[in-house]
Design a protein around this ligand. Structure first.
Ligand code: DC
Length: 225
């Protein structure tokens, strides 16, 4: 009998390094990396583009039936297509981050994106990162990790990432955005950010990237045997 696919769920607040680490682990394990934040970002982006306030539940809900979301892998990298358009490069701005956080608090949006996330894991070995992967999307994942770091460290890392890309931001503004998103993401009613009871906790505040990858790799290898 064919073995069922393996799932590794990585949850945690923004800027903890989930995506960089998950990508690197996925490569080593030859699993597919699924960045679920990109889906919420794409919905937030489409709302902004349509002139919709991302906090307006009714207007966002009315937009959903007009969005055909697809995930594709091009040269191993995830791309998100909305109505056939690749929006992957347009969803990384601070404005879209805030819009993503707003739309992600809407149960209708979470329901809308649920099947897409689940279906990928039905037929592929995946490393999936997000906020509710171990708790809601893949509660039966063989490995669950909750990756976190202090808000100051996460803001510093995000600040460096954004300035490298030429975004005009200040550290204080990035920290303020991050604290607001942390608060909103963990206090919303629908699938709030929290560690699954059976998740292994990793705090990357005093670890560099390589060290964090090594710690996470050891957890995954131990769990998968
Ligand atoms: O991981 P990210 O920063 O790209 O996520 C963008 C927003 O989407 C974040 O504020 C919370 C939300 N999100 C979520 O609610 N559930 C997920 N599984 C992934 C992201």
């Amino acid at each position: 009998m064919k073995k069922p696919p393996v799932a590794v769920a990585i949850d945690g607040p923004s800027g903890a390094g989930k995506s960089t680490i998950a990508k690197s682990l996925a490569k080593e394990l030859q699993f597919i990396y699924v960045d679920t934040g990109a889906l919420y970002r794409s919905v937030g982006y489409m709302a902004l583009r349509d002139g919709i306030n991302p906090g307006d539940a009714e207007a966002v809900q009315a937009l959903l039936p007009r969005l055909r979301m697809q995930i594709r892998y091009i040269d191993g990298a995830q791309r998100v297509l909305v109505n056939g358009e690749d929006v992957s490069d347009k969803i990384r701005t601070p404005e879209v981050s805030m819009a993503a956080s707003a739309v992600s608090s809407l149960p209708a949006v979470r329901r809308f994106l649920f099947d897409l996330q689940r279906d990928i894991a039905k037929t592929n070995n995946v490393i999936m990162d997000g906020r509710d992967i171990g708790t809601v999307v893949l509660p039966d994942a063989q490995v669950k990790i909750f990756l976190t770091a202090s808000a100051e460290i996460r803001a510093q890392r995000r600040f460096e990432e954004l300035t490298e890309k030429g975004e005009m931001v200040t550290y204080e503004a990035v920290l303020a955005d991050m604290e607001k998103r942390d608060y909103d993401d963990s206090h919303r009613e629908a699938a709030p950010l929290k560690a699954a009871e059976d998740a292994v906790l990793v705090d990357s505040s005093s670890l560099d990237l390589q060290q964090t990858v090594a710690v996470m790799k050891a957890i995954v290898e131990k769990a998968l045997g």
